[in-house]
Design a protein around this ligand. Structure first.
Ligand code: MG
Length: 284
């Protein structure tokens, strides 16, 4: 490698290690005590009563628990609409859309079909988004890839759960259907390959259980904490608290752009008749 290529890399690496060291100093650490102080410690000193966890009634199987916001119960699309400004495939598009969305609330009715207790993407009718906005949350949804249609790769049942309209958990038929691994079902699109492929065959219902921790920005818009995400696919852990590098974009490398604490959840129309049902969210 030529030195001209190496120098910027060294500068980046030294800057990265410097900021890592600064972060490490900011993490509060317990003090080392004297022997006498250790001997005086009681176990109850480290008990916390900061809050008592609220009792909730767990749902049977995958039915919504008592404190969930139900976004789709099989009946209608009343919790959804179609956004005029949806999501971007490149960072310049993302930035443009975010500005438009912040200044111009514009949407029309969701046009997806509701049939047999599920909602079905109507190709080219556009993405749908929740009327309610969410930040950190737990999401449950069920989806189904219709069998075959002679499709393959990214064209076989592509959709997506785009959290905050920015961070996509890929929906795709990945049962015996190869594609780039960081774009297969359960990938954090173009950022994290799933740990395993827990896909069921087309024609069978599948589940996603997602834990999303929203990114945090300071008043100047500087990133204070990146987004983290955990995903269970059909009950199998496939993303273990992975750190996001920014929005899930199609082309190029992502970076964070400051945004509101809560934003709508988007489901993608990628031209395939993917079905969804039993969608609920618990705010964290
Ligand atoms: Mg997708």
């Amino acid at each position: 490698m030529k030195l001209t290529y190496l120098l910027p890399l060294l500068i980046v690496l030294s800057t990265a290690s410097c900021s890592t060291a600064q972060k490490a100093q900011m993490v509060p650490q317990a003090e080392k005590l004297t022997q006498a102080e250790y001997d005086a410690l009681k176990p109850e000193d480290s008990e916390s009563y900061a809050y008592t966890p609220t009792a909730v009634t767990p749902g049977f199987m995958t039915a919504p628990p008592s404190d969930a916001v139900v976004l789709f119960d099989g009946k209608d699309l009343s919790k959804w609409h179609h956004p005029k400004h949806g999501y971007g495939g490149r960072m310049d598009q993302v930035e443009k859309i975010m500005k438009l969305r912040a200044t111009e609330q514009s949407y029309t009715d969701a046009k997806w079909e509701v049939k047999n207790n599920s909602m079905i993407v109507v190709p080219r009718s556009g993405a749908i988004e929740t009327k309610q906005s969410f930040g950190s949350c737990q999401i449950h949804l069920e989806w189904l890839s219709p069998a075959d249609e002679g499709k393959e790769g990214q064209m076989y049942s592509n959709s997506g759960v785009i959290i905050m309209g920015l961070y996509e958990v890929q929906v795709l038929n990945s049962y015996e259907n190869a594609t780039y691994p960081n774009g297969q079902a359960g990938s954090i699109y173009k950022q994290h390959i799933p740990l395993v492929n827990a896909s069921r065959p087309p024609g069978e219902w599948q589940t996603y259980d997602i834990i999303f921790n929203a990114p945090e920005f300071d008043v100047k818009g500087e990133l204070m904490k990146p987004a983290y995400i955990t995903v269970m696919h059909n009950g199998v852990l496939i993303q273990n608290n992975v750190e996001l590098r920014g929005p899930a974009i199609y082309i190029g490398q992502p970076y964070y752009v400051a945004h509101q604490e809560k934003l709508p959840l988007i489901l993608q129309d990628h031209g395939d008749k993917v079905r969804f049902r039993n969608i609920w969210v618990r705010e964290l």
